[in-house]
Design a protein around this ligand. Structure first.
Ligand SMILES: Nc1ncnc2c1ncn2[C@@H]1O[C@H](COP(=O)(O)OP(=O)(O)OP(=O)(O)O)[C@@H](O)[C@H]1O
Ligand SMILES: [Mg+2]
Length: 301
C-alpha cells in the first residue's frame, strides 16, 4: 500500500475570466519511507495539491488516499497520518510556543506530550522561545513553530510546503538534519521547495509540475542523467555572440551554457574567442537538478 496515492486529481476554479485549471489529471503514488520532492514554478499547483491531500480543498475530480484512507470520505483517519507544514504563516497570536504545541497535541488527542514537544523545540532551535508569545517571534521562528506543530503527533507522513522559505542557513541545516533523521526512522516525507539543491540532496524521487500537469516523474538520479552532461560557466561584461545567446542562461554577469559533451564545450570556447568575449572565473561543472528543472520547464508544453 502506498503512503500517498494520488489518483487522477483535477482542480478547476471558477474565476471571472472563466474556468481555471489549477490541476489536470495528476496521478502519482508515494511509497512508504520515500523522501519525495514536488517541484514546479510559482502557480504550478503544488499548494493546491497539498491542500487537497490535507483535506482542506475539494478536488473537482479524482481521489487521494493516505495509508489507504480516502482524504474526503475518511478525513479524520487520513488527517491523523499527516503532519502538514503549510506555506502560509498561520498562527494564533494569543498563545506562547509551548501552549501552541500543546493545543495542537490536544487536537490530535495526544496527551502527556511534553517530552516530545521538548525534543521538537530543541531540534528546531526553539528551546529558548518556549514561553515566548507567538506575536514576539520573527518570521523564520514562526516557520519553525509551524514545523513543530506539524510533527507534534509524530505523523507517519510529513508534508512540507516550502518549509525553508525565509529560514536562515543554520536552521535550514538543522531542519534538514532532523527531517532526514525522521525519514531514516521510516517517516515518509513529501517536500515542495524552490531550493533545488535541497531537493537534489534530499529527495530520492521527484515530480515536476507545470501548469497543473506532471511533466516529469522519476528517481532523482535518473532525472540528473537526462540533463545535458555539463555546463560551461563564466562571468563576462561582454555581449554574447548571436549563435550562443539563445542557448545561454544569463544572470547578471554570470553566463551558463548547457553542453552535451566536450565537443559542445570546444565549440562554445571557439565561438567565444572569435567574438573576443573576455571570460572570468570560467569553470566546467556537472549539470545539476536546477539545469534539469529549467530544461524540463522549457521543453514541456
Ligand atoms: N481559490 C482560488 N481561486 C482561483 N485560483 C486559485 C485559487 N487558489 C489557487 N489558485 C490558482 O491556482 C494556481 C496554483 O496555485 P498554487 O498555490 O497551487 O501554486 P504553487 O505551485 O503552490 O505556487 P508557489 O510556488 O507560488 O507556492 C495559481 O495560478 C493560483 O492563482
Ligand atoms: Mg505553493
Amino acid at each position: 500500500m502506498p503512503a500517498i496515492s494520488i489518483q487522477s486529481i483535477s482542480k478547476t476554479y471558477a474565476t471571472s475570466r472563466g474556468d481555471f485549471h489549477a490541476l489536470r489529471d495528476v496521478s502519482l503514488d508515494i511509497a512508504e519511507g520515500e523522501f519525495f520532492g514536488l517541484l514546479g514554478p510559482n502557480g504550478a499547483g503544488k499548494t493546491t495539491l497539498i491542500s487537497i491531500l490535507a483535506g482542506l480543498t475539494k478536488p473537482s475530480a479524482g481521489r487521494i488516499t493516505v495509508m489507504g484512507h480516502d482524504v474526503q470520505g475518511d478525513f479524520a483517519a487520513a488527517r491523523k497520518q499527516l503532519g502538514v507544514v503549510p506555506q502560509e504563516l498561520v498562527f494564533d497570536p494569543f498563545f506562547n510556543v509551548r501552549e501552541t504545541l500543546r493545543l495542537q497535541s490536544g487536537y490530535f488527542g495526544v496527551k502527556h506530550n511534553d517530552a516530545w514537544i521538548d525534543e521538537l523545540l530543541e531540534n528546531l532551535g526553539l528551546a529558548d522561545k518556549a514561553t515566548a508569545n507567538m506575536r514576539q517571534l520573527s518570521g523564520g521562528m514562526k516557520r519553525r513553530v509551524l514545523v513543530a506543530q506539524a510533527l507534534v503527533h509524530k505523523p507517519p507522513i510529513i508534508v512540507l510546503d516550502e518549509p525553508t522559505a525565509g529560514v536562515d542557513v543554520e536552521l535550514r541545516q538543522t531542519l534538514w538534519h532532523f527531517i532526514a533523521q525522521l525519514n531514516k526512522q521510516g517517516h515518509t516525507v513529501l517536500l515542495t521547495t524552490h531550493y533545488l539543491e535541497e531537493a537534489e540532496a534530499l529527495c530520492n524521487r521527484i515530480a515536476m509540475l507545470k501548469q497543473g500537469q506532471v511533466v516529469a516523474l522519476d528517481a532523482t538520479s535518473n532525472l540528473l542523467k537526462t540533463a545535458s552532461a555539463n555546463v560551461l560557466q563564466f562571468k563576462t561584461d561582454h555581449a554574447l555572440p548571436a549563435e550562443l545567446a539563445p542557448v545561454a542562461r544569463v544572470t547578471g554577469r554570470v553566463v551558463q551554457l548547457p553542453a552535451q559533451g566536450p565537443h559542445d564545450i570546444e565549440r562554445f570556447l571557439a565561438t567565444l574567442r572569435q567574438a573576443q568575449v573576455v571570460m572570468e572565473d570560467m569553470e566546467i561543472r556537472r549539470a545539476d537538478l536546477e539545469d534539469v528543472f529549467l530544461q524540463v520547464m522549457k521543453g514541456a508544453a
